[in-house]
Design a protein around this ligand. Structure first.
Ligand code: LMR
Length: 394
């Protein structure tokens, strides 16, 4: 049977991880996969996570199954973190999922069940796995303009023009904050216009929030999602705890489905539970329980928020330092966008050939579309990157 298999194209982010590992230069710099690293290049276990895990190990009395949707306390805590009191709890169905990717996959499977003909619209560019999963499920896919190559900001006019052509009932995937891969995000005023446009065409928003707390702060990063959640009868939201809790390998995420009313929410919940059952029965529990422990304990939550703020401010500092270095070394302000971008990534906006020069000549690894992980830098490597960018004629 297996001889009939076709080779699969490698995921460009994950294959970069392998290439970086295989490079034996000790000056190499990893700006590839979206994993936070501190100044010494470690991806630490957050203090509050360590403490929550210690408590779980000491106090947990069973490893018996949870419900198909996962622990309801996790859903409540995550809905509170992301949506606060924007939407009545009775209108929200939710399932725990294996990471943000699991939530995206389940959301797209929901579209298959509920609206099999609907086209899924994603930003151009978007996280590569979005298109990959949509195609894998055989769903119609289209792109809306998003990135302005010249300014490296949002091509807002192009975005609105394309979203105006979306058909009724189509699903529009939006990055709630910290756009991956570009780092460019709409302003809150622009979000209002995006919402008005999507309301007019009667689209269904699908928000992917993988970096809450990495941009302008936990509440600020939730503002666009909250506006969307409040504005439509049906919304899907996929949220990841991988980055903001630093629990990547625990696979902790959630899919929320906002329904018109409590009856529709029950039907939605039953379908979400069914999808979990079909795909993996019960979602992973450990990471979800760690998150719930942190979010429901005021002292642990305060400590988590403080460490997340340090992380966020560290990345902002690196952005500013890199923009400053480039302004000096290139004698030009065309890289100032790096300080304006938010989240873990910035798209430098250069060719694959120049990205390859950075890798071959300088051991600097970024994704071929010139997405760089800002958290892969530190105060010492910023000037090295800035000089390499100038030397490569970017
Ligand atoms: C990324 O975009 O680098 C991360 O979300 C990791 C991944 O799974 O691609």
């Amino acid at each position: 049977m297996f001889q009939t298999l076709k080779a699969q194209a490698p995921d460009k982010i994950l294959s970069l991880m392998q290439a970086y590992k295989a490079d034996d230069r000790d000056t190499k710099i990893d700006l590839g996969v979206g994993v936070y690293k501190d100044a010494s290049g470690n991806t630490p276990v957050m203090r509050a996570v360590k403490e929550a895990e210690r408590r779980l190990v000491a106090e947990q009395t069973t490893k018996a199954y949870t419900g198909l949707a996962g622990d309801p306390a996790f859903a409540d805590a995550m809905i509170d973190l992301l949506l606060a009191d924007t939407v009545q709890r009775g209108r929200i169905a939710a399932i725990a999922t294996p990471g943000g990717t699991g939530a995206i996959r389940q959301a797209l499977e929901m579209v298959k069940l509920a609206a099999p003909g609907a086209t899924i619209w994603i930003s151009n560019p978007s996280w590569p796995n979005h298109a990959s999963i949509i195609k894998f499920l055989g769903l119609p896919l289209r792109e809306y303009r998003y990135f302005d190559e010249a300014s490296r900001g949002v091509d807002f006019d192009g975005m609105i023009a394309d979203l105006s052509t979306v058909a009724e009932g189509d699903v529009v995937l939006l990055h709630g904050c910290c756009h991956n891969p570009t780092g460019a995000n709409p302003t809150l005023d622009q979000w209002d216009q995006i919402i008005a446009t999507l309301q007019k065409v009667q689209a269904v928003p699908f928000v992917d929030v993988a970096y809450q707390g990495f941009g302008d702060g936990l509440d600020q990063d939730a503002q666009a999602t909250r506006k969307i959640a409040a504005a439509f009868p049906n919304v899907m939201i996929a949220a990841s705890c991988s980055k903001n809790f630093g629990i990547y390998r625990e696979r902790t995420g959630i899919l929320m489905g906002i329904a018109r009313d409590a009856d529709e929410a029950k039907l939605t919940q039953a379908n979400l539970n069914f999808l979990n059952r079909q795909n993996y029965s019960f979602p992973p529990d450990h990471g979800a329980r760690v998150v719930t422990t942190i979010l429901t304990d005021p002292a642990l939550r305060a400590d988590w928020e403080a460490e997340l703020e340090e992380t966020r401010n560290g990345m902002l500092g690196l952005r500013k330092q890199l923009a400053d270095e480039l302004r000096q070394r290139a004698n030009d302000d065309r890289f100032d966008f790096i300080a304006d971008h938010r989240g873990m990534f910035s798209r430098l906006g250069t060719t694959e050939a120049k990205v390859e020069i950075l890798r071959a000549d300088h051991g600097i690894y970024m994704v071929s579309d010139s997405r760089m992980n800002i958290a892969g830098l530190n105060a010492e490597t910023v000037p090295i990157l800035a000089q390499a960018i100038v030397d490569a004629g970017i």
